[in-house]
Design a binder for this molecule. Structure first.
Ligand code: 5GP
Length: 192
């Protein structure tokens, strides 16, 4: 059996990472798709686990060699992409794959994999709450915060193109909801 694709997309600050981690724990035969990027490794990140960290030159040569199923310049001069080899290796091993990628990447994968892919848009409870969460992280300077807020409002306008929308208001409830949505899509029995 060939594995399926679960694509989670959310504006930065909507709480997507917690949902991904939860699904990896509770859903059988689910693996995380490690993307490639040319951005600098942050402290606490591991090459090959969080991302494949590539130089800009290598990333660009991979684009030319058609090694990506999809790739995007998510932020100015920061590239992110899903490696074809990663998807094929996991799917042919019968693993389902979970993706944490941006809106354009998500819609591109959905278009390519059609009914084999489930695209879920994770909404913050409101734009105000999202801004608060981003501010609390304090990892962002004013300029980067502004860019993330702008990008978030833009991304939220695409929610209707996704198979499912999940409003992440109460974490415990969201975890249950996403689990149910994914189980149902994969045909596991507790999706009812
Ligand atoms: P970060 O730099 O904070 O890890 O990720 C920045 C953004 O890049 C996030 O919105 C994340 O979803 C997106 N992203 C990560 N990997 C990929 C990928 O392979 N393709 C696309 N299109 N976006 C990605």
């Amino acid at each position: 059996m060939v594995g399926k694709l679960i694509i989670l997309t959310a504006p930065s600050g909507a709480g997507k990472t917690t949902l991904v981690k939860h699904l990896l724990q509770v859903i059988p035969r689910l693996s995380f798709s490690v993307s490639a990027t040319n951005r600098k490794m942050r402290s606490g990140e591991t090459d090959g686990k969080d991302y494949y960290f590539l130089s800009t030159e290598t990333f660009q040569s991979y684009i030319r060699e058609d090694k990506f199923v999809e790739w995007e310049e998510v932020y100015s001069k920061q590239y992110y992409g899903t490696l074809r080899s990663e998807v094929e290796r996991l799917r042919t091993a019968g693993q389902h794959i979970i993706f944490d990628i941006d809106v354009k990447g998500a819609l591109s994968l959905k278009q390519q994999f059609a009914q084999d892919a489930l695209a879920v848009f994770v909404m913050p409870p409101s734009l105000d709450i999202l801004i608060e969460r981003l501010k609390q992280r304090a990892t962002e300077d004013e300029e980067s915060l502004r860019k993330r807020i702008e990008k978030a409002s833009f991304e939220m306008s695409f929610q209707h193109e996704f198979d499912e929308t999940l409003v992440n208001d109460q974490l415990e409830l969201s975890l249950l909801r996403i689990e149910k949505i994914v189980n149902r899509f994969l045909g596991y029995s507790d999706g009812n």
